[in-house]
Ligand binder design. Structure first.
Ligand code: BG6
Length: 500
């Protein structure tokens, strides 16, 4: 079906049912229900919205609600209020069934129709392992549950969307055989973060940055997404993905696209996604032989001893890459990307380093480390923006020091200013706004970028993964290739802006 069709309409005043497949899993407890509960507390859910959990475990409505309540207690970032929960819990119910069985989906269809009383819109939220997506959608379609005669039907799928270009294409094809692209919402929770959405506002609602946002003024761009946590209890998933599939194909490329894209003609899903896709299409593909020259893959020491990790695992927990975007705006400007687990600090940031002044008239002491202007877009945990520039040290002739001009969300908008990413994404899926969801072509381009890197690092001739200490900034090799370009990794967000 045509993937350029425009987004579906808003609910048109109809009641809406969110059916969560695999509702007894972690995602529902940790993310979906806390987000929906918070939306309910804020009065953002329409009165006719109900939430139905669907999974194999035989649970009563009461037992399901109790489980969800425990999840909210544990994971919500707001104070729990019994009365608010009681009001929200009235929207929750549970149906037991195996989404792998056609007859159970048939029962689901009947039960939903009974429950709904009036024709309703539906979101099918697939909070299941990705291997079930096609089967579930097949069952829904064959039971007539994806037709939109009685209200819209939308399907939300989580990452990973495929594990390489071919599987992502197959999955897109299989879904498109049953659904219109406008019915498919591919989650990338990074896009739901306020600070990520702010990249567009920052770039395109201010006139002063755009004229310098190009190869004439920018020396290079760095994107760091570092985590202090290790693989934790997710080895089963992580062993099949590793950092390139887990973080680069989706979150990091989305950050690249938002940083590098042109001004969309309208604040509308396809206009925005068209521009992002153009950036992804312009990323210079890696020639297989050169992959290891432009990338570093590493693994933290002790990874092999983690629970569930294979003794001969070759999965990287750290990667760094130097990429180029072959278009007029970015020609010759390297984008350095890095992400890893068990690093020194948790931070997600985009750092724009500007060029040096063309001529320096101030005498600098021989050991002075002149810092070019740096603009840091701080995604988390220090949500805000820092601009670093040189200032004259008072009471000196012409001594300088780099100083930071800072904007912090918490200061400007108050501590309650930043909702969880899932709140925005769920609201948008309900409203039929797909701007913050990945489109099929964008996902495939993500894999086109990552595939050669994964292949090169998985090939028998690949260099061994570079080891790094827990709590460090990754393997030395990652520093070396940036330093080889006469540059260094930088951190621009947070209190202690040490070089990484
Ligand atoms: C997920 C990855 O998509 O993003 C995890 O699967 C990672 O491995 C997480 O830890 C990071 O998200 P955030 O929001 O904490 O930066």
């Amino acid at each position: 079906m045509d993937e350029r069709e425009t987004s579906g309409s808003v609910d048109g005043g109809r009641a809406t049912t969110i059916v969560i497949f695999g509702a007894t899993g972690d995602l529902t407890r940790r993310k979906l229900i806390p987000a929906l509960f918070n939306l309910c507390r804020k009065g953002r859910l329409s009165p006719g919205l109900r939430i139905v959990g669907f999974a194999r475990s035989e649970l009563t409505d009461g037992a399901f609600v109790a489980r969800m309540r425990a999840g909210v207690d544990e994971h919500a970032s707001f104070g729990f209020d019994e009365e608010e929960w009681r009001r929200f819990a009235g929207r929750l119910s549970y149906l037991a069934g195996d989404f792998g069985k056609l007859e159970d989906c048939e029962c689901l269809s009947k039960d939903l129709a009974e429950m709904e009383e009036v024709p309703s819109n539906r979101i099918y939220y697939l909070a299941t392992a990705p291997r079930f997506y096609v089967e579930i959608v097949d069952h829904l379609a064959s039971r007539g549950m994806t037709g939109e005669e009685e209200g819209w039907r939308r399907v939300v799928v989580e990452k990973p969307f495929g594990r390489d270009l071919r599987s992502a294409r197959d999955l897109n094809e299989a879904l498109h055989a049953r659904l219109h692209e406008r019915q498919i919402y591919r989650m990338d929770h990074y896009l739901g973060k306020e600070t990520v959405q702010n990249i567009l506002v920052f770039r395109f609602a201010n006139a002063i940055f755009e004229p310098i946002w190009n190869r004439n003024y920018i020396d290079h761009v760095q994107i760091t997404v570092s985590e202090t946590v290790g693989v934790g209890h997710r080895a089963d998933y992580y062993e099949r993905s590793g950092v390139l599939r887990d973080m680069f194909q989706n979150h990091i490329l989305q950050l690249v696209a938002l940083t590098a894209m042109e001004y969309p003609a309208a604040f509308e899903a396809d206009a925005i996604r068209n521009e992002k896709v153009k950036v992804m299409a312009a990323i210079r593909p890696f020639v297989p032989d050169e992959v290891t020259e432009h990338t570093v893959c590493g693994r933290y020491r002790g990874y092999l001893e983690e629970d569930g990790v294979a003794a001969d695992s070759r999965v990287p927990t750290f990667a760094a890459a130097r990429i180029f975007i072959d278009n007029w705006r970015w020609q010759g400007v390297p984008f350095y990307l890095r992400s890893g687990k068990r690093l020194a600090r948790k931070t997600s940031e985009i750092l724009i380093q500007f060029k040096s002044p063309p001529h320096m008239m101030f005498p600098l002491p021989p050991d002075y480390r002149f810092t070019n202007n740096v603009l840091a877009i701080c995604i988390q945990p220090d949500e805000g923006i820092h601009l670093r520039f040189e200032a004259k040290v008072p009471d000196t002739a012409a001594e300088m020091r780099s100083v930071d001009m800072e904007f912090h969300y918490a200061e400007a908008f108050g501590p309650a200013g930043i909702p969880e990413a899932y709140e925005r994404l769920l609201l948008d899926a309900l409203a039929g706004d797909a701007s913050l969801f990945a489109r099929s072509d964008g996902v495939e381009l993500g894999w086109r970028f990552v595939d050669p890197i994964v292949r090169a690092w998985e090939s028998p001739g690949a260099p061994p993964l570079a080891g790094y200490e827990r709590g460090s900034w990754g393997p030395e090799q990652a520093d070396a290739f940036v330093e080889g370009d006469g540059r260094a990794w930088l951190l621009g967000c947070g209190a202690d802006e040490d070089a990484g």
